[in-house]
Every structure is written in structure tokens, then in C-alpha cells.
Design a protein around this ligand. Structure first.
Ligand code: GLU
Length: 290
């Protein structure tokens, strides 16, 4: 498959300037390296928001981005995830997990266990213990039985990055494929070999690259780009004021994005001519709505 980059929005809310900046960067990374560029709507979690997805696509087109295939919707590919999860289950590298969020928070953990990592409560239950817990109510999640505690990825902006790999969820208790599984399976299925996305997902990339390695997928090139924050240093959100493309207008949003990235041109072709990953800012962009 030809080299491919992508932008993969979740249709949970209209895109704000920060999301669009990430999309523009993903497009610039792809086009400057002669890659195809795709959009994937990550709607496994946001099943009722078809109209949000449509507005997101409209806004991406309004700022001038183009993509090489019709956008793919995760909801249309549930069998793709099922096949991979079934394969991992049959290889014996998964287990059922009966823990609620509260159980995980309260579980005793080893002194140096990394924050947020699953403590392994259900990893070594006997068949009888599993059956008893299954009978007591909630449908179990499926977790990967990870053989490593951490994994190293290479990121264009961050160099070598080592992060935690815990027994990540593959399928949630409600039956929905987990984000970490879906993103890895989709990127491989779509031939994506360049993953450009927000810095908040850097910490997930070792988990995803490890899972991809178990599935025999090639590891993509990663670039985790700086987030956009409000004046309090928190993630930009609707309550911060005029922040969506609809509020700001596509042309003004592109001017702001170009300025924030140090480009002289606010047109995509001009940005592409100027684009050099080495010169990208590494710090979050503080956005002040006008
Ligand atoms: N859908 C994710 C988000 O909107 C991004 C996933 C990814 O790019 O890997 O935060």
C-alpha cells in the first residue's frame, strides 16, 4: 500500500482551532512526504453524532484540506475489530476482566506501579473465579495479557519515547472495541504508516505500538504535536468562548494557525512550501479567543 497519513477526529464536538491545527499539521506531514491523506471518523464512542461528524468534515474542507478516499467511519467496521480480538483470544494472550472503574482505583498496587496502569487484578483468576464473577452480573471486558511493562517508540518531535504498556482493554464490558485496539487495527487496515495527532496521545503510543507488533503490523512513524490550551493552561474547550471553526471562520482560523506555527503564508500551499518539522513549536499554543 502507498505511504499514508491521516487525521482521525472523534465526533464528540465541533472542531476547535486546536483540532484544526492538528489536522493541518497531519496534512502537512503527509503531503510533504508524498503520502496519501485520509480522514477517519472515530465514532465507536459517539454513535449518535453523525451530524457532528458531518460538520467536522465540512470544516476540514472549508480550511482547504483534501483527502484521497471517502472518510472511513469506525462504526462500519465492527467485524474488522471482532476478527482481531477473536484472533488474540484464540492465541491465549487475553483474559476477561470484571473490574469496574472504582475497583481499579481502589485496587492495591505495587509500590512503583505506574499511575493509571491496570493493576492486574483479574490476570491470574482461575476458571472457577472467572465463572463466579461472570455470574454475579456485569459482562466482562477483554484485556491483553501484555508480556512487557513498557515499550519504546520513535517520534519525529520527541525522539525516542518509552512509556507504560499495561494489560490494556481490547473490548469493553459493553461490547464496544476499545480505542487502543481500534486505532491500531484501522491504521494497519488503511495502510497508515504516519500517525500525526495531539500530544495527549503520546503516552498511549507505546501501548498501541506494542499491540501492533503482536499483530505483525509495521510500526508507523509518530509525530505528537503540541496541544492548544486556554489562558489557564488547560485544554481548549467550548466554554472558552469563540473557539470553533464555525465561531471563528475558516479564513481567520487559518491565519491564527499559520501565525501560531510561524508560517508567513496562511494558505495551505504556502505552508507546505515552508513546512519543516524541525522548526515546529514544541510548547502548547495558548489561544485567546478574539
Ligand atoms: N480520535 C482521537 C481523538 O480525537 C485521535 C486518535 C488518533 O489520532 O490516534 O482524540
Amino acid at each position: 500500500m502507498s505511504p499514508t497519513g491521516r487525521f482521525a477526529p472523534s465526533p464528540s464536538a465541533d472542531l476547535h482551532v486546536g483540532n484544526v491545527r492538528t489536522a493541518v499539521l497531519a496534512w502537512l506531514f503527509a503531503r510533504s512526504t508524498d503520502r496519501r491523506f485520509l480522514i477517519r471518523v472515530e465514532d465507536l464512542d459517539d454513535r449518535t453524532s453523525g451530524d457532528v461528524a458531518e460538520r467536522q468534515l465540512r470544516d476540514l474542507a472549508a480550511v482547504g484540506l483534501d483527502w484521497d478516499e471517502p472518510p472511513e467511519y469506525q462504526m462500519a467496521h465492527e467485524s474488522r475489530y471482532d476478527a482481531v480480538i477473536d484472533d488474540l483470544v484464540s492465541r491465549g494472550v487475553t483474559y476477561e476482566c470484571h473490574c469496574s472503574r472504582g475497583d481499579i482505583q481502589q485496587a492495591p498496587r505495587a509500590p512503583h506501579a505506574p499511575e493509571g496502569a491496570y493493576p492486574g487484578t483479574c490476570r491470574n483468576l482461575t476458571d472457577a473465579e472467572h465463572a463466579a464473577r461472570r455470574a454475579s452480573g456485569r459482562a466482562p471486558a477483554v484485556r491483553l495479557r501484555s508480556e512487557v511493562g513498557e515499550f519504546t517508540v520513535t517520534d519525529v518531535l520527541h525522539g525516542s519515547y518509552t512509556g507504560v504498556v499495561d494489560d490494556l482493554v481490547l473490548r469493553r464490558g459493553d461490547g464496544v472495541p476499545a480505542y487502543n485496539l481500534a486505532v491500531v487495527v484501522d491504521d494497519a487496515a488503511q495502510g497508515v504508516d504516519q500517525v500525526v495527532r495531539g500530544h495527549d496521545l503520546l503516552a498511549s503510543s507505546p501501548r498501541q505500538a506494542y499491540l501492533g507488533s503482536l499483530l505483525g503490523y509495521p510500526t508507523p512513524v509518530y509525530a505528537h504535536v503540541p496541544l492548544v490550551v486556554n489562558t489557564e493552561g488547560k485544554r481548549l474547550a467550548k466554554r472558552d468562548g469563540a473557539v470553533t471553526v464555525g465561531d471563528v471562520g475558516a479564513a481567520r482560523a487559518m491565519t491564527q494557525i499559520a501565525e501560531s506555527l510561524g508560517f508567513e503564508s496562511a494558505a495551505l500551499t504556502g505552508m507546505l512550501a515552508e513546512f519543516d518539522p524541525v522548526r515546529l513549536p514544541r510548547e502548547p499554543w495558548t489561544y485567546r479567543p478574539e
